[in-house]
Ligand binder design. Structure first.
Ligand code: ADP
Ligand code: LRH
Length: 487
């Protein structure tokens, strides 16, 4: 029985998960978990990449202690952020975190040089101020010129552990630099940001073998013999692969630091309407496209929790929220003001005050405000998805850490008026692992993998219950949310 390890690093935590396929079922076991988060230095925000690498090694040591001597290994992380390496393979700079303010005006500045609509038509990616396109646009040009290679975070982690240089396709699409026609980096946009095609590697498909872990690392630490496989390195791409959607016309909601809500398509939709509504077509594994919208997500509650004086667990905040009357305080969760405020508590309060509403004060009221607003945003997004796709959506699969928030799952079903199928929590690690299993020939394809996932993991269905005066609440929310994130 083959062992496969997923290294899955999200914005709030990372984990190493072992997966095996036995008697028609997939088994997962988490062997190591560590916190992640952005760090502030001199008014800029960065990821601590060396710490993440050290934690990956710690995780591999934990795997060896569990008795794993040989395994395949895949890495996924959040999208858009990058490392620059010079000819001698040294990292040139710290890795900026996408919430850094340096790109705040970048979309507006690019707009003075190029039509945003023309960019969208050929690239098909939603405008978010932090996309790699805009990060590289504002990046110091001298530093950029020194870069022998530009590697997105998971590509860089593969490089550090295996010496293989890749530009994995699913994550590369989050740069907003891939052309839907040529299926490669777009020359005109590369010129705009002052980057040469050779600075990016050739695009790599999920499923490709990348060889063993570096001998120097293997000798230094007590870790298994690892063979790298290129997975869908964008965490959202892996999360969507891990959705147990076997029925027709399902939508998904990857519920973590971000809420990524969308559908899986066989071809991109990059027209006037999808541009106006700012929907994205991220490239998936196995010829799929993730047609989705970024919603600010559980970042809002993570940040409120961080600011509260008393210590609350996420489960505590859910318990507190349940005690509060719903829909008294509403925010447009996708307002740019929530991307990286100094203090999320005061930002939410300011928003409610400015829009003439009651102001949430207690932990329960703040949490209630966030969960109600997210559920309403999910309703709005589902309606838009139905409109843009021209087919009805019958069910919503929720995956990721947010599955543990039963209040939000039920609220989503009630507000969006759709059955919510919740689970698995670790769909990202699972998506990472099924690419390894398909690559090793244990599973035939994605359709088979999804069937197996459905049979291997418990899922809970939340049936929608009616909400009193939903139309009025929806109307009030619609008035708040006329703009979209980054649009
Ligand atoms: P990411 O991969 O983006 O770091 P995760 O998918 O791990 O995020 O999800 C983290 C989120 O899951 C937390 O921000 C929190 O809101 C939610 N969560 C985790 N545990 C619980 C819990 N016990 N109850 C309710 N929500 C939870
Ligand atoms: C989720 C995610 C999302 C990106 C954002 C940067 O972790 O990868 O898909 O838009 O982080």
């Amino acid at each position: 029985m083959k062992k496969h390890i997923a290294v899955d690093i999200g914005a709030s935590s990372g984990r190493l998960v072992v997966g095996t396929y036995e008697n028609g079922k997939i088994f997962l076991k988490e062997i190591y978990r560590f916190p992640n988060g952005i760090e502030e230095r001199n008014d800029n925000y960065f990821w601590n990449i060396e710490k993440l690498i050290a934690e990956m090694i710690n995780g591999l040591e934990a795997a060896k202690k569990e008795g794993i001597n040989e395994c395949t290994l895949g890495i996924d992380t959040w999208g858009v952020d990058y490392a620059l390496i010079d000819v001698a393979s040294n990292r040139i700079q710290e890795i900026y975190a996408y919430r850094d303010e340096r790109t705040q005006s970048a979309i507006q500045n690019v707009k003075k040089q190029k039509s945003l609509k023309d960019i969208y038509k050929k690239i098909g990616i939603q405008f978010l101020s932090f996309n790699t396109l805009f990060q590289l646009y504002v990046h110091d040009k001298k530093e950029l010129a020194k870069a022998h290679k530009i590697l997105l975070v998971p590509d860089y982690l593969y490089y550090r552990l295996s010496s293989k240089l890749i530009s994995e396709k699913t994550n590369a699409s989050t740069t907003q630099l891939l052309n839907l026609e040529t299926k490669d980096y777009d020359e005109e946009l590369l010129q705009l940001i002052g980057v040469k095609r050779e600075q990016f590697e050739t695009l790599t498909e999920p499923g490709e073998s990348l060889g063993p872990i570096k001998e120097s690392i293997r000798k230094k630490y007590d870790i298994p013999q690892c063979e790298f496989i290129c997975v869908a390195t964008h965490d959202t791409a892996s999360a969507v692969l891990g959705v147990p959607g076997t029925e027709k016309n399902f939508a998904y909601l990857c519920s973590g630091t971000w809420s990524l809500m969308g559908v899986e398509n066989k071809s991109p939709i990059a027209n006037e309407q999808s541009y106006n509504m700012n929907y994205t077509n991220e490239w998936g594994a196995y010829g799929t496209y993730r047609f989705l919208k970024n919603i600010m997500g559980l970042w809002l509650i993570q940040e409120v929790r961080r600011q509260l004086e008393k210590e609350y667990s996420f489960a505590d905040l859910v318990t507190e929220a349940k005690k509060i009357k719903p829909f008294q305080f509403l925010i447009d969760c996708n307002d740019e003001c929530f991307l990286k405020p100094e203090n999320m508590v005061t930002e939410v309060q300011r928003y409610c005050q400015k829009s003439g509403q009651l102001v949430p004060q207690t932990a329960g009221e703040l949490a209630r405000c966030i969960f109600d607003s997210l559920a309403l945003m999910y309703r709005k997004t589902l309606k838009e998805l139905t409109l843009l796709n021209e087919y009805p959506i019958h069910s919503l699969h929720v995956v990721g850490g947010g599955v543990q928030n039963e209040l939000l799952c039920q609220l989503t079903a009630d507000v969006a008026e759709i059955p919510v199928i919740a689970g698995p929590i670790e769909s990202t690690a699972l998506g990472n692992i099924i690419v390894q299993m398909i690559s090793c020939g244990e599973l035939a394809n994605l359709a088979e993998a999804r069937k197996v996932i459905r049979e291997s993991f418990p899922i809970k269905t939340y049936q929608p219950a009616p909400i009193h005066q939903l139309d009025e609440i929806d109307e009030q929310f619609t008035q708040l949310t006329s703009g979209t994130l980054g649009g």
